[in-house]
Design a protein around this ligand. Sequence first.
Ligand SMILES: NC(=O)c1ccc[n+]([C@@H]2O[C@H](COP(=O)([O-])OP(=O)(O)OC[C@H]3O[C@@H](n4cnc5c(N)ncnc54)[C@H](OP(=O)(O)O)[C@@H]3O)[C@@H](O)[C@H]2O)c1
Length: 290
Amino acid sequence: MNKIALVTGATRNLGFSLAQGLARRLDPADVVYLTGRDPGRIAQSLQKLTGSVAQVRGELLDVSRRDAVERFAGQLLDRHGGVDIVFSNHYTRVQPEDDPAEIIDDYVAANNLGTTNVLRSLSPLLRDGGRLLVVASRAGSLRALAPALHPRFQNLRSLDDVDRAVATWRDAVRTGRAPGQAWPAWINIPSKIGQVAAVRVLAGQRRAEDLSRGILIASISPGLIDTGASRAWLDLAGAPQPDEVAGPLIDFALRPEIDEQLYGELVHVGREEPGPFGTVIRNGAIVPWQ
Ligand SMILES: NC(=O)c1ccc[n+]([C@@H]2O[C@H](COP(=O)([O-])OP(=O)(O)OC[C@H]3O[C@@H](n4cnc5c(N)ncnc54)[C@H](OP(=O)(O)O)[C@@H]3O)[C@@H](O)[C@H]2O)c1
């Protein structure tokens, strides 16, 4: 059967490299959806693609709009009957000069509610052998958060629970109360923890059936990438470029077998040991949740 792949936030950096890499690696009858929130940038990205073998279709998909994600899922179902590979990769940036209270609503709407929108609408479409990979970060482990805040993301039962936990943090940031509650200044950290918590909840609901059908749902830690999303926050000396990071992630998504231990976990795939940019971990290594 033809493979259908989809990448959110594919108009630059890692998302673009994932879409281009999938288009090069898949077969001519396969389809890769290169999606983004801006029609002009989608058109530019389609023009920038080189070496495509599979068909590539550009599609407007602002993940922060739940109705749009639901509608797009319905279209995929009508056109193809399901989906095989989803990289939920989108990211709305924060920079050190931004006032978190001013940007937190949009930040959470895209990065967190956008991710639960994707999980809700696209997971039911996964065909046997499917892969639904949420590009999160090593910061998505509870180890990056003050212990007093861990219970906020533990024992959640539904994606709605996760959205409510994230909204509580978001509201604390908007009202300036977050530092007093021990939330970190870099809003990327709780946001990534919220993404990983969402994947864990969904995986908890679907585990037995997904494993019987060869489906893998997981969060991904890709390691640092030399992009404008992280350059102002972290020392990126020696960090790989997006194409280099995308390669092992695509290998991981295309592996025919799944390691059941990785199901639902935050999985590091990419350059790692020794030091931050050493050898490439290809088969995935679990980043502990707590
Ligand atoms: N960079 C790193 O060091 C690093 C490290 C660990 C994990 N990650 C994760 O890797 C992923 C990609 O990072 P990156 O550095 O490539 O990010 P990036 O350069 O900021 O690209 C993010 C992409 O998401 C799109 N986007 C933003 N809001 C959206 C929305 N509402 N709906 C759909 N698409 C939207 C952006 O579109 P526009 O072009 O329209 O802005 C852009 O194409 C992110 O999840 C990030 O957290 C990155």
